[in-house]
Design a protein around this ligand. Structure first.
Ligand code: AMP
Ligand code: ZN
Length: 141
């Protein structure tokens, strides 16, 4: 896609610190390096976000993620964990609109990275949770 920074990186029109490439994905260092080794895995096919994946593309892309995660772990044996993050649409912090997965190695509690999962279970009755689950369940195709 023209005017997509990640398509330009995949096509070598813009430089990147490449880690891995095959017919399905391109993996390279995120320029922000939230932690050392912070890597992006992007499908070569331009899809904006998770809502544009079909089953085949999703399975092909995710099939590559463990081996890249393991390579990062091997390269930095001091790693204590890894967050894999996929932001979809602006409200959810997506800033580049070519879908990508962040692999963020974690070294310590002092890493400059955080995620907050609020707990709102006390605001729901079991019936309301059942209704929410049913509403989504009906849409699974
Ligand atoms: P997100 O906010 O989830 O859409 O993530 C986009 C990521 O792309 C950010 O973490 C940026 O640091 C990263 N990024 C943007 N431009 C480049 C680039 N030219 N090379 C490597 N990473 C980039
Ligand atoms: Zn693109």
């Amino acid at each position: 896609m023209t005017d997509c920074i990640f398509c330009k990186i995949i096509d070598q029109e813009i430089p990147s610190y490449k880690i891995y490439e095959d017919d399905v994905v391109y993996a390279f260092l995120d320029i922000s390096q939230v932690t050392p080794g912070h890597t992006l895995v992007v499908p070569k096919k331009h899809v904006t976000d998770i809502f544009e994946y079909d089953e085949k593309l999703a399975s092909d892309v995710f099939a590559r993620i463990p081996k890249i995660a393991k390579a990062i772990e091997e390269a930095f044996p001091e790693i204590e964990g890894m967050n894999i993050v996929n932001n979809n649409k602006e409200l959810a912090y997506q800033s580049v609109f070519h879908s990508h997965f962040h692999l963020i190695p974690r070294y310590s509690k002092n890493d400059d990275f955080s995620m907050h999962f609020g707990n709102h279970m006390d605001q729901y009755t079991p019936e309301e949770l059942t209704a929410i689950a049913e509403k989504i369940k009906k849409q699974v195709k």
